[in-house]
Design a protein around this ligand. Structure first.
Ligand code: NAD
Ligand code: UD1
Length: 308
């Protein structure tokens, strides 16, 4: 594996599979580290190396880092309720392993270090849309550990680093059959199976749903910019929202789904989840000004795809 390779931790996961495919299609060599806790098997590819292992394990990190030019850190426990149930795992993977990876990558002089941060850092919004200057005030274990990881990354000055604060990412390929998947995956699967949907709360909570292909484009564009301009890059040391700039309530989402199915959609209501926030809507102006990135997805069309 040549030293132009990119390490994608969590490369077998939902976003990771899409990102890995795009990098390979662009002719980049990719090293994936994944413990396959939620990841799915990856297709073999001549430019792809897969290391099955835990990013909490320093020997796994060293093996991977020794083979690559750049790093994109996606490995994490991505589910808010799972992090509430397993705080020690959230802390170990979402914070400590990420911090170690960033420091070790920087010590090795890695060309670019990118990280999947989250809009969960903002906590309860003081105003919408959320910009990167909004105070950071996460309310659950997931958001707190992801915040600590982001702080650890952005405090590294000697390497080109950048955090992308992803909003609610959706699209095909998210793990099915898991209560810890994103709400659009869970709802679409239940609609196909004619099962009752569960709404935690009253359904008026809103989210900014950004399609996975737009998220992948953001990572690839930021990677190329950081590799080109290093610490002088306008991205280096910064965090950027990656979002659609639009939000929908869960009730809106269910109404949209109902346009694309003949099945009757049945709904039950349960109390809100711990650590859940009510509203989320981002502004992508910052990343747009920096590198011209903007989302290009038609939400309704992409929602329809989930039911096919
Ligand atoms: P995912 O669960 O599909 O992917 C995470 C991957 O990491 C999986 O393949 C899993 O097997 C792997 N993994 C978990 N723990 C690991 C460990 N200790 N060592 C090695 N691999 C490990 O989740 P995703 O939706 O693809 O999320 C990817 C990243 O994006 C995460 O960091 C998440 O916090 C962040 N993010 C996701 C969203 C979203 O809406 N999906 C939004 C904001 C941020
Ligand atoms: C999601 C991501 C998280 C990311 C964050 C960014 C997943 C699994 N989680 O968290 O990684 O950092 O966006 O904002 O992708 N809900 C129901 N019924 C269900 C499932 C969910 O009502 O069956 C509700 C939840 O209570 C919540 C909303 O739908 O109010 C969204 O939940 P979810 O898709 O898990 O996303 P977030 O918690 O926002």
């Amino acid at each position: 594996m040549g030293l132009d390779a990119v390490l994608v931790t969590g490369g077998a996961g939902f976003i990771g599979q899409h990102l890995t495919s795009r990098l390979l299609a662009n002719g980049r060599k990719v090293v994936v580290v994944d413990d396959f806790s939620t990841g799915q098997p990856l297709e073999e590819h001549p430019l792809l190396t897969i290391i099955v292992g835990d990013i909490s394990d320093s020997s796994v990190r060293q093996e991977a880092l020794s083979q690559v030019k750049s790093v994109i850190n996606l490995a994490a426990i991505a589910s808010v309720p799972l992090c509430e149930n397993k705080p020690e795992v959230s802390s170990r993977v979402n914070f400590q392993a990420a911090q170690s990876l960033f420091l070790e990558a920087s010590e090795r002089g890695i060309s670019a270090i990118l990280h999947a941060s989250t809009s969960a850092l903002y906590g309860v919004p003081e105003g919408l849309p959320l910009t990167e200057s909004h105070p950071v005030n996460p309310i659950g274990n997931y958001g707190l550990d992801k915040q600590k990881a982001e702080v650890a990354l952005l405090s590294i000055e000697q390497s080109p680093v950048c955090a992308l604060r992803l909003f609610n990412v959706f699209g095909l390929g998210q793990q099915r059959g898991s209560p810890y998947s994103g709400v659009l995956t869970i709802f679409s699967e239940k609609i196909i199976q004619n099962k009752e949907l569960t709404i935690f709360g009253d359904g008026n909570q809103s989210r900014d749903f950004v399609h996975v292909t737009d998220v992948v484009s953001a990572f690839v564009a930021c990677l190329e910019e950081l590799e080109k301009n290093g610490v002088e890059s306008k991205l280096s040391g910064k965090k950027f929202n990656v979002c659609s700039g639009e939000s929908m309530t869960l009730l809106d989402v269910i109404e949209s789904f109902s346009l694309y199915t003949k099945n009757e959609i049945k709904v039950e209501f349960e109390p809100p989840r711990d650590g859940d926030i009510l509203h989320s809507l981002g502004s992508f102006d910052s990343l747009n000004k920096a590198i011209g990135w903007k989302p290009s997805t038609d939400f309704s069309q992409r929602l329809q795809e989930l039911l096919l």
